[in-house]
Write a protein that binds this ligand. Structure first.
Ligand SMILES: Cc1ncc(COP(=O)(O)O)c(C=O)c1O
Length: 387
């Protein structure tokens, strides 16, 4: 199946966000979080069928049984989460969804807790809504594996979360799980701790789980926030097929909100501002979540091998260091050891364009997207190694 991922369509001259930045330059783009892969054939067929039908008029997302059943099936089979169809609210992207979550849960003068480093639009969201952001840092935790070897992993600074959540002005905690950019997946005990803190201080949890179907580490699994009994009535879980199936350009995602009052507040906050999702996005999501299980597994395997290659090569370069990410196709690289003023410039001069860490609030890091063919990845790594 690796031919599916080895052979990628050229995105030059397609107005791709990722490729446009370095157009005409000998710099390989490795920044925006979409993959280079061609979509699974059932997704393309579903879109083609709708195009063939020929009518692109309004449709009712809330009545689109095919896509709704597909989401329910996927969550049941892949995440052991049995949801009621009415808990689902379609949103034309996770970014609008977490901004709507802020509007739905906060009033003027409130504060929003956000883990850092994090995805830039998430960091920007509180201010966009006239609110104060309170940063909860990420720390490196060290444990020993079954053979006694040291294992390092990024996790939340729980002491900071406990301290800051106690401020009655903090009404919402926006979490990213699996974490972007650091790639960790929260464990059961970590999620329990988050639930206890949120419940004790009446803080609603908005959990951005857009990367939840990209768990690369064997033995690890994703726990959706809303599946937890202690969080189901106090949470908004945001998901999409977009990252996993490379359909982000179709702007289709969904929120799962089991609590009726919270769901109503969310839909009211979105009313008149947030458009409905598109018919092609629904068709693609339906196909992704019903007909692409094998493709999904094959991609996980391919990405896992890409990740392992990235970890090995990056950690062999003087001045660079990274921890193995459990999930996502993103590698968070600590470039502080380079001792250079601008780590992005350092990479660009080598012909690679990662996401600058400064955008995630960590200026001496950068993020490399390894959701690409092995050949493209090898060129990226060879350039960074100077080989
Ligand atoms: C954590 C996270 N949330 C949201 C998004 C974007 O979501 P959307 O395109 O659905 O608005 C991204 C894209 O990189 C992301 O990494």
């Amino acid at each position: 199946m690796s031919a599916l991922f080895d052979n990628t369509p050229s995105r030059k001259d397609t107005f791709s966000f990722k490729w446009q930045k370095y157009k005409g330059k000998d710099v390989i783009p490795a920044w925006v979080a979409d993959t280079e892969f061609r979509c699974a054939q059932p997704i393309l067929d579903a879109i083609s069928a709708h195009v063939e039908h020929g009518n692109m008029g309004y449709i009712l997302p809330a009545h689109h049984e095919g896509a709704i059943n597909a989401v329910c099936r996927w969550l049941n089979d892949k995440h052991n989460w049995q949801i009621e169809p009415e808990w689902l609210v379609w949103t034309p992207g996770v970014v609008p969804a977490f901004n709507v979550a802020i509007k739905a849960t906060c009033e003027e003068g409130d504060k929003v807790l956000i883990q850092t480093p994090n995805y830039p639009p998430l960091l920007a969201a509180p201010k966009l809504n006239g609110l104060e952001r309170v940063d909860i840092g990420t720390v490196i935790e060290t444990t020993l594996d079954s053979k006694g070897a040291k294992v390092e992993r990024y996790t939340l600074d729980f002491d900071a979360l406990e301290r800051e959540a106690a401020d009655p002005k903090c009404k919402l905690f926006i979490l990213c799980n699996p974490m972007n950019p650091v790639g960790s997946v929260l464990t059961q005990s970590e999620l329990d701790r988050i639930a206890a803190i949120c419940n004790q201080h009446n803080v609603t949890l908005c959990s951005d789980e857009i990367h939840c179907d990209l768990i690369l580490e064997e033995g690890k699994s994703h726990i959706p926030a809303g599946r937890e009994a202690a969080l189901s009535q106090n949470s908004i879980t945001l998901m999409a097929a977009s990252k996993t199936f490379n359909i982000a350009g179709l702007g289709t995602s969904f929120a799962i909100i089991p609590n009726r009052k919270l769901r109503l507040a969310f839909t009211q906050a979105a009313a008149g501002i947030v458009p409905w999702v598109t018919v092609l996005g629904l068709a693609a999501t339906e196909a992704a979540f019903t007909l692409c299980d094998d493709w999904h597994q094959a991609q996980i395997q391919y990405l896992r091998e890409n990740r392992d290659r990235v970890v090995e090569v990056i950690n062999s370069i003087d001045g660079l260091r990274m921890l193995k990410a459990d999930a996502t196709f993103l590698a968070w690289v600590d470039a502080s050891g380079l001792g250079v003023e601008n780590v992005l410039t350092w990479a660009e001069e080598k012909g690679v364009g990662p996401s600058p860490g400064v955008d995630f609030h960590k200026a001496d890091h950068f993020r490399i997207n390894f959701g690409c063919s092995r050949a493209m990845l090898d060129t990226i790594l060879a350039r960074l190694s100077g080989s």
